[in-house]
Design a protein around this ligand. Structure first.
Ligand code: ADP
Ligand code: MG
Length: 775
């Protein structure tokens, strides 16, 4: 069999005449030459040798040295040339879908092949692979999902995990899983690739696995901090040095707000103000000089970009921003500028996780001389994507990172300061091809206070989805498995996750997976969103829930441009009868769908301040979710069986409640104003975009919400109003026999909030329910 396999494999690898011709062509030769010029190429033999002798190998090297694009090819090519007679199947994981897609496309190009032949990719919603795909790029999440059905990774010969230094939750989990799988799969090899950060920790986790260090060429980078930036403009500036105790006081990455922070801000501001900027107008002076650690100074970025465009030194500029929203805002601002917005002088590009493939390609294209390339990027450009012709880097010093406060059980999504290692990586982007310059938009003393490394995600994120996955992989006790991880999360965080899963009915009292939990583990989304789909399918009102869950998984499609905020809010209000942001989204989507069928989708979006890209993304996610539900037999092909009651908004409301519970807050009206409270946070507020923020008379006693975000106070993002009985019957795990438990729960809520009116309602419902149960 193996001889036959080998013969078939060799045939599948056999180059087509077209491909052979391409490889011989000058273009193909040039590509080969380029590949050979990369630092990774010089280590090819050492890498292959080490992989053949060891089960686990760690490869570390500067970004751009050729790890991602070359190492998988080295392995594939050596397998083709070897006479070992084994079929080779390489899986290479990437932390982000965008890199899985762009890297596989790049490798196919380097090989003169079409994507989907030897090289393929698979990410959520998309994929290109064929029968002969021997090298598959996927996100770590996709590999995790494969483990659910194929826990031994049958047929896979090499797992390459790229960018392990990022320490995402899925990656950390995979590392532990692989460590336990390797002894059972003698022929499986694991290759870990990392930027030059902390490779030793992986080596010691895998019992001293060898580290191959690819030497990189780096050019010197001239570094400016905020004070130097201002100085470099020709003005003298001194920053008060009496603020050095600030490093200890301000615990970075933990988002502990600290009084010292404002003191620092004002000290620096004052120092900056003492500089002589008289040449600029008062307004420019104010906006340039004011340094607020909580905001990105767009004016300063514009000013710097303008200066750099006049610089004699050619080369592109990379600007690190925190996320998609401020990239878009900055782009709009720059486009309105006379120089920066002139397409003959500046090619303005964006680089973030949700860009299209055509946008991706543009980033790598060379520009004509006389044109300055400016790329506005998230931290995706820190290590995953390498753009060659960059010489200048502007670094805002922050990244939007999901973090998690285990004490309050609250996820926070705030731009937070990056680590020293990230700042170094960002700086390094400018010195790849020639000496570069880097502008950090924060003072040196703030940099000194950065944490050395960022905490791995497993230590700072909610663990519900992970725990559920572990249960369905039958990995035994959750805390037992996690204690064998590279770094174990706090036991409080694990306990919170287990309690949560019990509360929503995914785990039973003994931490065993329930039937609902089994379904939730198979769905590629957060358990609470999965629960909405499961309940929607069972209660035959799936359609609106598909829209809601898809909407919650992408971003908010309702746009709110600052200048015309009122108009945008009025447009959203049209969709908002029923006190629910989720139902407003359903109405907006349904309207869009009808318009889209008449080819009017774009106009509809324009009129209603909706993002057409987001609507399309929601549309395709809906389709994906539906096919997953089909694959686990929760829906069949007859729409009538799962959509009979989709029109019933109250039923949908109840299902939303079933998913979002225990995200509940009480609504109390007092003197014409609204007072909202949750058990954990006390007083909370509604996000200004919420439809419920517009009306102070919510005729329901409770709001359920998807996300709360802690800024200074706690804000609820999307919310839906629900009644007592909805909360009573749909909150938590549903089983009629447990009604008494539910009564206790609701009673607990009411007692906590101490509302006499609510207590009366509670008594009434209790009576009704008692009667119901008696009968
Ligand atoms: P690493 O993984 O070590 O950071 P890569 O293998 O991603 O490095 O990239 C190696 C080199 O290949 C880069 O320096 C860049 O010159 C080139 N490269 C990578 N991706 C692309 C692409 N999509 N288009 C053009 N060149 C690319
Ligand atoms: Mg890489």
């Amino acid at each position: 069999k193996s001889v036959l396999d080998n013969a078939l494999w060799r045939r599948s690898m056999h180059l087509s005449t077209e491909q052979q011709a391409w490889q011989r062509s000058s273009e193909g030769q040039k590509m080969l030459e380029f590949r050979r010029s990369l630092p990774a190429y010089k280590e090819k033999d050492a890498i292959l040798n080490s992989i053949s002798k060891n089960k686990v190998v760690i490869i570390s090297g500067e970004t751009g040295c050729g790890k991602t694009t070359q190492v998988p090819q080295f392995i594939l090519e050596s397998e083709i040339n070897s006479l070992r007679g084994a079929t080779c199947s390489i899986i290479c994981t990437q932390p982000r879908r965008i890199s899985a897609m762009s890297v596989s496309e790049r490798i196919a190009t380097e090989r003169g092949e079409k994507l989907g032949e030897n090289v393929g990719y698979k990410v959520r919603l998309e994929g290109k692979k064929g029968r002969n795909t021997h090298m598959l790029f996927c996100t770590s999440g996709i590999l995790l999902r494969r483990l659910l059905v194929d826990g031994d990774l049958k047929g896979v010969t090499h797992v390459i995990m790229d960018e392990v230094h990022e320490r995402g939750i899925d990656e950390d989990f995979l590392l532990t899983f692989m460590k336990e799988l390797l002894p059972c799969r003698p022929e499986l090899k694991l290759v870990l690739m990392s930027a030059t950060i902390n490779a030793e920790i992986f080596s010691s986790y895998f019992d001293g696995a060898p580290i191959i260090q690819i030497p990189g060429v780096t050019h010197p980078v001239h570094t400016y901090f905020l004070e130097n930036i201002l100085e470099s403009t020709g003005y003298r500036l001194t920053v008060d040095n009496q603020i050095d105790d600030y490093g200890q006081a301000w615990k970075l990455n933990k988002q502990t707000p600290n009084i010292r922070k404002s003191q620092i801000a004002s000290a620096i501001e004052e120092a900056l103000r003492s500089a002589d900027y008289s040449e600029y107008s008062q307004q420019t002076q104010d906006s340039l000089l004011c340094w607020n650690p909580d905001c990105i100074n767009f004016n300063l970025i514009e000013y710097l970009l303008c200066n750099l465009c006049d610089n004699e030194k050619p080369g592109g500029i990379l600007v690190f921003m925190t996320g998609w929203d401020d990239i878009i805002s900055l782009k709009e601002k720059l486009q309105a500028h006379s120089v920066l917005g002139d397409p003959n002088r500046v090619l303005l590009l964006t680089c973030h996780g949700s860009m299209s493939s055509s946008e991706q390609r543009l980033i790598f294209e060379k520009v004509d001389s006389g044109v300055r390339k400016i790329v506005l990027a998230t931290n995706i450009a820190e290590t995953s994507i390498t753009i060659d012709d960059l010489v200048f880097v502007i670094d805002c010093g922050k990244a939007k990172e999901a973090s998690y406060d285990a004490l309050n059980n609250t996820p926070c999504l705030l731009p937070s300061w990056i680590s020293k290692v990230s700042a170094k990586q960002r700086r390094g982007r400018s010195g790849r091809v020639q000496p570069g310059e880097c502008f950090h938009l924060y003072p040196r003393c703030v940099y000194d206070a950065f944490a050395d490394y960022q905490l791995p995600k497993i230590l700072r994120a909610p663990l519900q989805a992970l725990c559920l996955q572990m249960k369905s992989l039958k990995l035994g006790s959750i805390s037992g498995f996690l204690s064998r991880a590279l770094q174990s999360p706090e036991s409080l965080a694990v306990q919170n996750a287990i309690e949560y899963l019990k509360l929503i009915g995914a785990l039973d009292e003994n931490e065993n997976l329930t039937i609902l939990g089994g379904y939730l583990a198979m769905l590629p989304m957060e358990p609470k969103h999965g629960k909405m789909l499961v309940m929607g399918a069972i209660l035959s009102c799936l359609d609106p829930l598909l829209t809601i869950v898809a909407g919650l998984s992408v971003r908010d499609p309702f746009l709110a441009p600052l200048e015309i905020k009122e108009l945008a809010e009025a447009a959203k209000a049209q969709f908002s009868h029923g006190f629910s942001d989720h139902l407003a989204l359903v109405r907006a989507y349904n309207g869009w769908k009808i318009a889209e069928q008449k080819r009017n989708g774009y106009k509809y979006c324009w009129k209603n301040f909706l993002s057409p890209q987001t609507m399309k993304a929601i549309d395709s996610l809906r389709r994906e979710f539906k096919s997953v539900l089909k694959s686990i037999c929760l829906v069949d092909n007859k729409a009538s069986s799962y959509n009979t009651y989709s029109y019933d908004e109250n039923l949908v409301r109840a299902v939303i409640c079933s998913g979002l519970y225990p995200g509940v807050c009480s609504v109390v009206h007092r003197d014409n104003s609204l007072s909202l409270k949750t058990m954990e946070d006390g007083k909370v507020f509604l996000h200004s975009k919420s439809v419920n923020a517009r009306d102070s008379k919510i005729p329901y006693p409770w709001l359920v919400f998807d996300k709360k975000v802690k800024v200074n106070s706690v804000y609820l993002q999307d919310s839906t109003a629900v009644s007592d009985s909805m909360l009573l019957l749909f909150g938590g795990s549903i089983s009629i026999g447990d009604a008494e438990g539910h009564m206790k729960m609701l009673g607990g809520y009411l007692e906590f909030f101490m509302e006499p009116a609510a207590a009366i309602i509670y008594q009434t419902i209790k009576r009704e329910l008692d009667e119901l149960l008696q009968s």
